[in-house]
Design a protein around this ligand. Structure first.
Ligand code: HEM
Ligand code: HEM
Length: 184
């Protein structure tokens, strides 16, 4: 794997775009509490959830490929061993959730017997028979992982701010738009 001392501008753009998508997808699930059963807005919220969810899935693939090509900057030398382990484990877990959540979402859609629709541009029908009880289990897991990524991202954001305001190192700024010349 190549090592670079900065995140490329695509890596940074993807980081923040995925952040917005994760929050937005989570927000869309509140459609269930806002609208009554049978209200078309409720179905529309899930239609958007699946469409934007597929967009997220594609961007995650792109992000992982870039990570494998570009690598990531070294952590500051001032960080202790335990801090490095926490940072790296946290990042691996965030990547894992970014990959697992869409997979569960896609399986959930299919096990319920629905076709995946990407903003009405194309649909992918279920390649297997629907199964209600499996769908119920996957929904639980999908929801648990969604809560997990929010909690982890909250801790992760806290760590980023702590680096900036307490440690005063470059960890936060290197994920911000201005600081890169690597465009790939
Ligand atoms: C990071 C991205 C995502 C987040 C944060 C997220 C979050 C959630 C949450 C919190 C729920 C409610 C779970 C519950 O009620 O127990 C949910 C349900 C669901 N999600 Fe996602 N999701 C994401 C991505 C996806 C993707 C990629 C798909 C499919 C392509 C998808 C399909 C679904 C479906 C079909 C449901 C159940 C809808 C229903 O109950 O009627 N999700 N999601
Ligand atoms: C859903 C929300 C988020 C997810 C899934 C996420 C995910 C990730 C991942 C996987 C990395 C590791 C990058 C790599 O090594 O390739 C990373 C880095 C980073 N994230 Fe986030 N992030 C989220 C939100 C935030 C927020 C709100 C902040 C604001 C403080 C933030 C600040 C950073 C910083 C500063 C880095 C660079 C860390 C370093 O260079 O070692 N992230 N993020």
């Amino acid at each position: 794997m190549m090592r670079s001392n900065v995140y490329s501008s695509s890596q940074k753009a993807l980081h923040w775009l995925l952040f917005v998508l994760v929050l937005g997808l989570y927000g869309l699930t509140f459609g269930d509490s806002l609208f009554q059963r049978g209200d078309p807005y409720r179905d529309f919220a899930w239609w958007l959830h699946i469409s934007f969810g597929l967009l997220l899935a594609a961007l995650v693939v792109w992000r992982v490929v870039l990570r494998l090509i570009n690598g990531a900057p070294e952590l500051p030398a001032s960080m202790t061993g335990i801090e490095r382990i926490l940072a790296k484990t946290g990042h691996v877990a965030l990547y894992a959730l970014l990959i697992v959540i869409p997979i569960l979402g896609i399986l959930l859609t299919w096990f319920r017997g629905d076709a995946l629709s990407f903003f009405g541009l194309f649909t992918i029908p279920a390649p297997f028979q629907p199964d209600r009880s499996t769908a119920g289990l996957i929904k639980e897991l999908h929801g648990l992982c969604a809560n997990g990524i929010l909690i982890l991202a909250g801790l992760h954001a806290g760590a980023g701010l702590w680096h900036h305001f307490v440690r005063k190192d470059d960890v936060l700024t290197r994920m911000l738009p201005a600081s890169s010349t690597l465009t790939r």
